[in-house]
Every structure is written in C-alpha cells, then in structure tokens.
Design a protein around this ligand. Structure first.
Ligand SMILES: Nc1nc2c(c(=O)[nH]1)N(C=O)[C@@H](CNc1ccc(C(=O)N[C@@H](CCC(=O)O)C(=O)O)cc1)CN2
Ligand SMILES: Nc1nc2c(ncn2[C@@H]2O[C@H](COP(=O)(O)OP(=O)(O)OP(=O)(O)O)[C@@H](O)[C@H]2O)c(=O)[nH]1
Ligand SMILES: [Mg+2]
Length: 462
C-alpha cells in the first residue's frame, strides 16, 4: 500500500441540503478528528470500533467555540473505500458551516483533495482497478437506469474479469511456447506450437470482437445518443422536443423562426438516453440572429447519431424539405410527418420515396398522437430487445474501445504472421503486445499522467 498525506473534501453537492459530508482519508484522519470533535462521553475516535457513527460537536481548539453539531463516521483501513483510515463528518447542510468545517480540518493538517482523489487512492491502493474506477464516474453521470446498470456491472468488475481472463490465456500460451522451444528434440514440436498459437490467438481475437460489438450500444448508454431535430420553420420541432421531454422546455409559437439557438436536453426514451437537440428551422434567412442559429444547426447536424426530420402534413413538400433529405443522406434518420390533425396537403407517396429505407412516422403533437410509435422506433433502432439482458458485458468507454481495437489489431498481425510462416519469436512479440495493451484497460502499467488526467475528470470529493 502507498503512503499518502491526509486529504479532505466536501463530498456532497455544493448548496443547501439537509446534510453535508466532509470526508477525510489518510493516516492523520483520526488524529485530526480527535483534535476538533467532542462527544458527550469524551470518546476518542481513534479508540472506537471501526464502522461506527458518533454524535457530538465540532469545536475549534483555538477558541473553544462550538462550530457545528455533527455525526462522525469512523472507518479504519484497510476495509474502507480508499483502504486508508476514513472519517466522515456529517453536518447540517449549510454552505457556510460545511466550508468552515473544511477550513478547520485543513488548519489541522489535512490537504484539500483533488477531484477524484479518493477514488484514485482506491485504485492506487489496489482495491479497484482502473476500469472499475472509471465506472464510478460513469455511475454518477448515468442518465438512465440502463446506463446505470452498465456502469454498475463495470464497477463490480465485469469487464475487468473478462480482460483478465483473456490476458491469462495469452500468458499461458506464451509460457507453453517457451516450454516447447526449450525442447526442440521432439519432432512435431514446431507444428504443435504453431497449432496452439493459432488456436489461442483466434479465440482471444473472437472474444475481443464480441466485446467490440457491444461498443456502439455501450457508448450510447454511456454518452447518450446525440439526436438532432431538424425541419423547416414552424413544422413543430420545439413541440417535438417538449413531447419527448414531457415538459415545456422550448418555446413554441406559431411564428416561424421562434427557435433562434440550439436547445439541448437529456431525455430517456425507453431507457435509451438521448442528448436531444432542437435547432433553429433551417431556411435561407435575412435575419442575422436567426442566421447564426441556422449555421449552428448545420454544425450540430454533422455530429449527430440520429436525425429526427420533421415535415408539415398540412403543407406541400418544399425545395427546403428536399434539401434536408439531401443533407442527411447516409445518416440514421426518422422522418416525422407532423400536424396530422390538420388536412393532409403533403404528398405522402413522395415523402416515402424521399425517405427511402428510413422509418416514417405520423404525429399530431398537438393532440399527443404518434409519440409512442416514435419512441418505439427510436429504441428499436439502436437496441434490438437484447438490452434487457442485465448481465451483458458492455464496453462503453472510448479509451477501452481504442485499446481493444489495438489489441485486436496486434492479434490480427500475429495470426497473419503465423499463416505466412514468420518465425515464432515474431509472433511472440505480437502476443506480448496484445497482453500489454489489454493491461492498460485495467490500469496495469499505465502512465502516471494518464491516471492523473482520468481522475481529474471526477467530481470534487469523490
Ligand atoms: N458515506 C458514504 N457513502 C458512500 C460512500 C462513502 O465513501 N461514504 N461511497 C464511496 O464513495 C460509496 C460506497 N462505496 C464503498 C465501497 C467500498 C467500501 C469499503 O469499505 N470496502 C471494503 C470492504 C468493507 C467491508 O468488508 O466491510 C474493502 O473493499 O476493503 C466502502 C464504501 C457510496 N456511499
Ligand atoms: N395543429 C397542429 N399544430 C401544431 C402541431 N405541432 C405543433 N403545432 C403548432 O405549430 C406551431 C409551431 O410549433 P413549434 O414547435 O414552435 O415549431 P418549430 O419547428 O420549433 O418552429 P421554429 O422554432 O420557428 O423553427 C405552434 O403554434 C405549435 O403549437 C400539431 O401536431 N398540430
Ligand atoms: Mg422551434
């Protein structure tokens, strides 16, 4: 275990709350709390049983003034979150008192923790590996139940175990090859080695492939599906956003050009998190403010995973509508024919033709018609029902996806090499590289600067 200084942070959100927590971790945690905490029976926290909570007052030893009435939890290392001694002060949730408390523990020798530093210690002290630590952050940021389950699985070590299993396979294969090389007197040893290498490499490569197949869905669950609503002015784009959010977030009026900027909202559509973007209606415009909005619309369009293209049932298809179809060619698109409560003027046959293989859905957002069908279309487009299987191992993090892709490439090199008869020691190099790359996922031999960078994205006090 590493020896670190004692860190402190406010581990609850900044703002008024019922209770706020100041957390301390490190060798000095018990010494510090015993200098500032007084219980009615004068207990010392260094003496009490681990994982107990105690009532008392925080007193500034310099002035003997009572600062707060608190509950203090005491957890003795190594059976703690960080594997170090941990003390948590539960105080009344006011901003001033919790900050005063933090100042006080710092004046007694604690250092303000960096973002993610508690979790970083859990990693450096070996309680969790890097992919588990990353999952802690994913859990906090999860926007839907499904996203949360993926994060929880990774936090419990589901991905880690799989990666470790594959690394073990590679290691055993390499050991086997070494042994075979040491006994070259057997005639068939070369062939056996060759056979074994090919079999194992193919097996590991296939497992990695399976994992990568989950990455698209995994990434959507983790980051949200970037969904952009486009359409001519006044067709009902903002109304659509409001229907999906089930709230009035965007301003809706009958004046074309109402939405001037890009509005962004998170929504869960049957467990699929959408990063939903409402745009200014795309048209040629003279209004300068609106024009900036239109340009931004075109920009977000390029980065979208899914396009919701809205048309007006009560109007003819225009040149602009056709241009929109043109602009989203090759992307995932759902076409929405809105305002079906009004007389149909649009040429549905032509819409279907333009939509090509894309789904077309009719809605009346005014009368709340068609929203269910739309939600169904969205969720089945990205998840074919297998998402319910709660024990799936997803790879969702770009860092992991990148590394698995690299590992797979190294294996591919090894396999191609074997098939074209390159010397065994070259193949060994490729396999060793695969083993190392996979190790980076769980934080085996990763560079310190990468670790710092990863944890700095965490919340303060986590
Ligand atoms: N008050 C509070 N709530 C919290 C946390 C915390 O630190 N404080 N957590 C954190 O942010 C999460 C809980 N996570 C935790 C994970 C492991 C251990 C822990 O002590 N693990 C020991 C085993 C303990 C035992 O066997 O009793 C270990 O793995 O060695 C504690 C908390 C969520 N809730
Ligand atoms: N009859 C009818 N009116 C609708 C329907 N959906 C939206 N509207 C109305 O159409 C008008 C325009 O709706 P918005 O949602 O603001 O349209 P928009 O596409 O965001 O418009 P811009 O932001 O100006 O580009 C509003 O008056 C809505 O109430 C519908 O299904 N039926
Ligand atoms: Mg609008």
């Amino acid at each position: 275990m590493y020896e670190f200084d004692t860190i402190a942070a406010i581990s609850t959100p900044m703002g008024e709350g019922a209770i706020a927590i100041v957390r301390l971790s490190g060798e000095e945690a018990f010494r510090i709390i015993d200098e500032i905490f007084v219980t009615p029976s004068s207990k010392k926290m260094k003496d009490v049983a681990s994982h107990t909570i105690h009532y008392g007052h925080i007193v500034d030893p310099k002035t003997d003034k009572i600062i707060e009435e608190v509950m203090v939890s005491v957890m003795r290392g190594p059976k703690t979150f960080t594997r170090e001694d941990v003390v948590e002060i539960n105080c009344h949730g006011g901003l001033v008192s919790v900050n005063k408390l933090l100042q006080l523990v710092m004046s007694r020798g604690a250092r303000l923790a960096e973002p993610g530093e508690f979790t970083k210690r859990a990693f450096l002290n070996g309680r969790i590996d890097l992919s588990q630590a990353e999952a802690v952050m994913d859990l906090i940021r999860a926007k839907t139940d499904r996203a949360m389950n993926v994060a929880l699985g990774q936090m419990e070590g589901r991905l880690s175990k799989l990666i470790q299993k594959l690394r073990q396979e590679i290691l055993e294969t390499l050991a086997h090859v070494e042994v075979n090389i040491d006994y070259p007197e057997y005639d068939d040893v070369e062939e056996m080695t060759h056979q074994l290498l090919l079999e194992k490499s193919t097996y590991v490569k296939e497992e990695l492939e399976k994992l990568l197949q989950t990455s698209q869905q995994g990434k959507i669950l983790r980051e949200g599906l970037s969904t952009v609503i486009i359409g001519r002015p006044n067709v009902g784009k903002s109304s659509l956003l409001n229907s999906l959010v089930h709230e009035n977030k965007a301003i809706v009026t009958d004046i074309p050009g109402t939405t001037r900027d890009v509005i962004e909202e998170y929504v869960s559509v049957r467990g699929v998190p959408l990063r939903l973007v409402d745009t200014a209606g795309i048209r040629e415009t003279e209004d300068i403010v609106e024009r900036i909005g239109v340009e931004r619309s075109r920009e977000v369009l390029k980065k979208a995973d899914l396009i919701l293209l809205v048309l007006n049932n009560n109007d003819d298809l225009t040149m602009e509508d056709k241009q929109l179809f043109e602009a989203v060619k090759g992307m995932d698109v759902i076409v929405i024919v809105n305002k079906t409560d009004l007389p149909t003027k649009i040429d549905i046959g032509q819409v279907k033709e333009l939509a090509n293989h894309h789904t077309v859905i009719s809605t009346s957002l005014k009368e709340e018609q068609g929203i269910d069908e739309l939600e169904e279309a969205i969720s089945s487009m990205f998840f074919q029902g297998d998402l319910e299987a709660g024990d799936m191992t997803y790879v969702s993090n770009s860092r992991h996806i990148g590394l698995i892709t690299q590992a797979q490439q190294a294996l591919e090199d090894a396999i191609v090499g074997m098939e074209s008869g390159v010397p065994i020691d070259i193949v060994q190099i490729d396999l060793t590289r695969t083993w190392e790359i996979l190790g980076e996922i769980i934080g085996d031999a990763v560079h310190e600067s990468l670790i710092d960078q990863l944890f700095s994205q965490f919340c303060l006090g986590k």
